[in-house]
Ligand binder design. Structure first.
Ligand SMILES: C[S@@+](CC[C@H](N)C(=O)[O-])C[C@H]1O[C@@H](n2cnc3c(N)ncnc32)[C@H](O)[C@@H]1O
Length: 568
């Protein structure tokens, strides 16, 4: 167990809150909140259970509790004790108590100021060590902190959680304030100080209390928290408790005495992955893709095949967009047939979006099991939702996880096949290595990576830069670049089937479909999004022929590095 601390002097100087909290005895705090009669007892149990459940369904590699107090949450997560856990608190007495009482492997405590933890995280080298941290700040701790630092604490937590991790902040439920006043504060005046029920001490409307010893507490309702989050530009949905178990988006849910706020992380500093996630998570982008491209797939389509068919070439434009996408999926499926000869495979879809391709593979009986990963919570929630309408067979064959395709929870050699459709372009410059490495790691020897991607022509003119800007990037990969890296990492049989002429047709069709639907009031996006998107689509339509290549790339994980040739 580590005993490293932030400088206690600077921590103690930081905020008045310390004065209040350092005066609290460990025993007084524990007794008040945790005894079996406490109104909070069940909530503590529920909070721990939800943290454990989240760890079971996500690939978190560390749990960090901000404001861990006497360690009642972080030290009692036995079922996930294999995950490193870090408790941070501003009160040295609490931290000392935790260090003495909870001597468990994988568990460490530090004195720290929650507004300065990002710097400390980097000083400790934890930003290099952990990729998907789970930051928790349970049981109204954030509301005990001075109002002026709360936003900064949330910002620090999100930075540490980074794009792949998540934050959970829980509150005492404002709807249960009266229950708290009578069932907790009245019973624990030795801890909280004396008070009466007059407006001098209690604001029933706002759900706040201030006792004679200046002990303050505020109880918020989910609507209050939603308004607060939007003031710091975080869009949060309020979700009913029955459906709250799975949503991967920023959301709030009330369970009895608690309100649970789930937030995504942001990374230090913001990277290409978080801008891809925030883009696909935005309401406008979701509306655009689900109405214009369809609710199942969001990738370039084979318009050459649509136009070659007299019947199909007369379809309304949105139907053409959908049909063209399905033709592309058929082309990928025929590659799978060619290499696997109808044998069922374990398949990972990297950047699965709405999950349509994986569901089609399952429906056609090609999968033993399928996992779709995507960094966008909205995509994953939609993929799960779409799957509920499928047959039992499909439901039990595929699952969707909010993870990065550069760092999945799939075990080494756990897949026969990796697929991806037009998702790798988002990784950002220099990151394509990470995608190939991850595919190589999860594939069994002889397994294949078959994917399509939008790449730059090796001879692309300088004006191609404006294309990358639409999706917040500074460069794309190229086919020769992919092949060079692939061989380096142990892939052979590298092939590219070129269908580039479809890119310009695709963006032209998407533009027309978008303008049509927008004109008919059938797609509800902001004016700003519409203008920017139309401008971007026009550029893609016009510049794609000289700048972009698109098609199917396939490669095989070789048994030995000497097999990295391009023959089958
Ligand atoms: C153009 S969409 C394609 C979606 C899906 N493959 C399809 O064809 O319908 C690109 C997808 O890549 C996902 N993505 C981008 N960066 C990612 C990352 N680092 N890890 C996982 N998914 C990512 C996006 O969230 C988005 O859903």
């Amino acid at each position: 167990m580590s005993t490293t601390t932030m400088d206690p002097k600077s921590v103690l100087d930081s905020h008045d809150e310390t004065e209040l909290w350092k005066a609290l005895s460990v025993d007084a705090w524990k007794k008040s909140v945790l005894n079996e009669d406490s109104v909070f007892h069940d909530l503590y149990v529920d909070t721990r259970r939800r943290i454990i459940d989240a760890c079971k369904s996500h690939k978190f590699d560390v749990i960090v509790e901000v404001g861990c107090g006497t360690g009642e949450v972080i030290s009692h997560l036995e079922e996930v004790s294999h995950i490193p856990r870090i408790g941070i608190d501003i009160n040295p007495t609490f931290v000392e108590h935790c260090q003495t009482v909870y001597k468990q492997p994988n568990l460490e405590f530090h004195v720290g100021d929650a507004t300065k933890i990002v710097q400390w995280w980097m000083d400790m080298g934890y930003d290099k060590l952990y990729k998907s941290p789970f930051l928790v700040c349970p049981n109204n701790t954030i509301m005990i902190m001075p109002r002026e630092i709360r936003d900064e604490v949330i910002c620090n937590m999100r930075s540490i959680a980074s794009t792949e991790g998540r934050c959970l902040i829980t509150f005492w439920n404002g709807r249960m304030f009266a229950h708290g006043v009578m069932g907790f504060y009245k019973k624990n005046s030795e801890l909280c100080g004396e008070f009466d029920l007059s407006p001098r001490h209690i604001n029933w409307e706002e759900g706040s209390i201030e006792t004679s010893t200046s002990y303050k507490s505020e109880w918020l309702k989910s609507e209050d928290i939603k308004v607060w989050m939007s003031s710091i530009l975080i869009e949060v949905s309020i979700i009913s408790p029955e459906t709250a178990a799975t949503p991967e988006i920023n959301h709030l849910a009330e369970y009895g005495m608690g309100v649970y706020l789930w937030l995504n992380g942001t990374g230090i500093p913001e990277d290409a992955m978080s801008s891809a996630r925030d883009y696909y998570d935005s309401k406008d982008a979701q509306e655009f893709y689900s109405t214009v491209w369809g609710k199942n797939n969001t990738h370039v389509g084979r318009y050459d095949l649509v136009e070659a068919n007299q019947e199909l070439s007369k379809l309304p434009i949105t139907d053409k967009v959908r049909k063209a996408q399905l033709f592309h999926e058929d082309a990928l499926i025929s590659k799978i047939h060619k290499y696997y000869d109808g044998t069922k495979v374990r398949c990972l879809d990297m950047g699965c979006g709405y999950g349509g391709f994986l569901r089609t593979l399952a429906k056609r009986g090609l999968l033993w099991s399928g996992v779709g990963v995507d960094i966008s919570g909205r995509m994953i929630d939609a993929a799960r939702e779409n799957t509920t309408e499928d047959s039992e067979k499909v439901k039990t064959t595929v699952e969707f996880l909010r993870e990065s395709y550069m760092n999945t929870s799939i075990p080494d050699e756990g897949m026969d096949l990796c697929v991806s459709i037009d998702a790798f372009l988002h990784v950002g410059p220099g990151q394509h290595d990470a995608v190939l490495k991850e595919a190589w790691r999860v594939l069994r020897p002889g397994g294949r990576l078959i994917f399509s991607d939008i790449v730059a022509r090796p001879d692309a003119p300088p004006e191609s830069k404006v294309l990358y800007e639409r999706i917040g990037l500074t460069a794309f990969a190229t086919v020769p670049g992919y092949f060079e890296k692939a061989k380096l990492y142990g892939f052979g049989s590298c092939k590219f089937e070129d269908h580039s002429s479809n890119v310009s047709l695709h963006y032209g069709n998407v533009l027309n479909a978008f303008e049509d639907l927008y004109g008919q009031g059938k797609v509800e996006v902001s004016e700003e999004f519409k203008v920017k998107m139309c401008d971007g689509l026009k550029k893609w339509r016009d510049l794609a022929p000289s700048c972009i290549q698109w098609g199917i790339i396939s490669m095989r994980k070789v048994e030995q590095m000497s097999d990295c040739s391009d023959s089958e």
